[in-house]
Design a protein around this ligand. Structure first.
Ligand code: NDP
Length: 435
């Protein structure tokens, strides 16, 4: 704790894991006394580098780039790149640490990593984005490779940025390899990768509900965010017969009492992905909806909440409001969106709760499938990839149940995810010796 005292998000993520893992380690001789957790919280490597680029006014700009290579016990480092002004070592270490468990849960051979920059893509021209991506990759390329470390997208890094990053890697290395996932279909991407995190989150929530003989049908769903994860969580919720009431961005949230249906969602996709506008612009086309500036959507009455924007976006008070309004299931699409106080409220009220490292693993799982297709030099059909995604989410759900079952029959998905994710990595680390 002392060594990382200036890294609050990282400490928060480690504490949550330690709380459930330490009792498990104490009970299991195989893992006891090997300092496994101590080894797992120290990144194998943390690279920080200068990124210089020129803006449209000809001014030279400087940002800080990072790659955290957290753990490679079960495969090459794998995890997204985030471009957001809040990015720092603490946030990337928390994300990389969670990624180790998440990747292990997918059953695919992927270690954990994360990276990015404090570069703010908002309001930047296409040329500025390209210039930044190229300069970022000119350094990152020294540290990654198809058998070493395979980054992907995250906040602020979507298909456009992955394209520019891939192009620069190929130019510098003279090789066409599966160095990034989330690529365009024309150059090695996988069908269903854009949809995978949002769809996977909803599949996971559906499995949780099914254990209670319940489903999405007829439920009111509140979603935060309006980026990649939120859009496809909304799409699948609608397909499963639910009514999606809200979406948000860092400016505020929209509440559409009539439900955001497929047509309205397509408009959101246009607004966010093509026009690169704000969610408030939804009202220009659908004036019956309401916009709440500077607020988060958790006071809207719902059955299911899917936080899909960012870390610590749902606090203890907001969790209480959700529960008092009858919410029975919170499934995280984002990474660590619930604060520890919020998680405490869910547990006290005994509502269904899934932590992101289990429920949002569909994205990286499909990235794993993209890597397999690249290695085979094949493209699988939409149906095949979605079928695999569905299977993987069900398996992750079932391992959470296996390791997280309480005596009263209820399931602690946090404990389940932490222990199930840990076991595979720990076994590999033990087998590979003290390195
Ligand atoms: P996008 O950049 O596509 O969208 C992010 C959304 O969250 C935007 O609506 C954005 O609003 C909002 N947001 C970002 N930061 C803040 C903030 N500080 N306060 C309020 N709203 C904010 O990212 P993704 O959809 O890809 O990622 C969302 C979450 O899901 C992240 O936690 C990410 O780590 C996680 N995740 C993503 C995966 C993926 O495959 N993409 C895989 C697994 C997890 P605005 O436009 O105003 O910034």
């Amino acid at each position: 704790e002392k060594r990382n005292s200036h890294e609050p998000e990282f400490l928060q993520a480690v504490k949550e894991v330690a709380e459930t893992l330490i009792p498990f380690i104490l009970e299991n001789k195989k893992y006891y006394g090997k300092n496994l957790l101590l080894r797992m919280v120290e990144p194998e490597r943390l690279i920080s580098f200068r990124v210089t680029w020129t803006d449209d006014d000809g001014e030279i700009r400087v940002n800080r780039g990072y790659r955290v290579q957290m753990n490679s016990a079960i495969g090459p480092y794998k995890g997204g790149l985030r471009f957001h002004p809040s990015v720092n070592a603490s946030i990337l270490k928390f994300l990389a640490f969670e990624q180790v468990f998440k990747n292990s849960l997918t059953t695919l051979p992927m270690g954990g990593g994360k990276g990015g920059s404090d570069f703010d893509p908002k309001g930047k021209s296409d040329r500025e984005i390209m210039s930044f991506c190229q300069n970022f990759m000119s350094e990152l390329q020294k540290h990654i490779g198809p058998n070493t470390d395979v980054p992907a997208g995250d906040i602020g890094v979507g298909a456009r940025e992955i394209g520019y990053l891939f192009g620069m890697y190929k130019k510098l290395r003279t090789e066409f390899t599966g160095i990034l996932t989330g690529k365009g279909i024309e150059y090695g991407g996988s069908l269903i990768r854009p949809e995978a995190t949002g769809y996977g989150t909803v599949y996971f929530a559906a499995s949780m509900l099914k254990l209670k003989n319940d489903s999405f049908k007829g439920k009111n769903v509140v979603i935060s965010g309006s980026g990649n994860v939120a859009q496809y969580a909304a799409e699948k919720s609608i397909e499963f017969g639910a009514k999606v009431l809200t979406l948000s961005d860092s400016g505020g949230y929209i509440y559409d009492e009539d439900g955001i249906d497929t047509e309205k969602l397509n408009h959101v996709m246009y607004l966010k992905n093509e026009k690169r506008g704000r969610i408030s612009e939804y009202l220009e086309k659908y004036p019956n909806a309401k916009y709440f500036k500077g607020e988060r959507p958790w006071s809207v009455k719902c059955d299911i909440a899917l936080p899909c924007a960012t870390q610590n976006e749902l606090n203890g008070e907001e969790a209480k409001t959700l529960i008092n309004n009858g919410c029975m299931c919170v499934t995280e699409g984002a990474n660590m969106p619930s604060t520890p106080e919020a998680v405490h409220e869910y547990q006290k009220a005994k509502i269904l709760f899934a932590p992101g490292k289990a429920s949002n693993a569909g994205g990286v799982a499909t990235s794993g499938l993209e890597m397999s297709q690249n290695s085979l030099r094949l493209n699988w059909s939409r149906e095949k990839v979605e079928e695999r995604l569905k299977e993987i989410m069900q398996k992750i759900h079932d391992s959470c149940v296996e390791y997280g079952k309480n005596e009263d029959g209820s399931v602690d998905y946090i404990k389940g995810a932490n222990i199930a994710g840990f076991v595979k990595v720990a076994d590999a680390m033990l087998a590979q010796g003290v390195v």
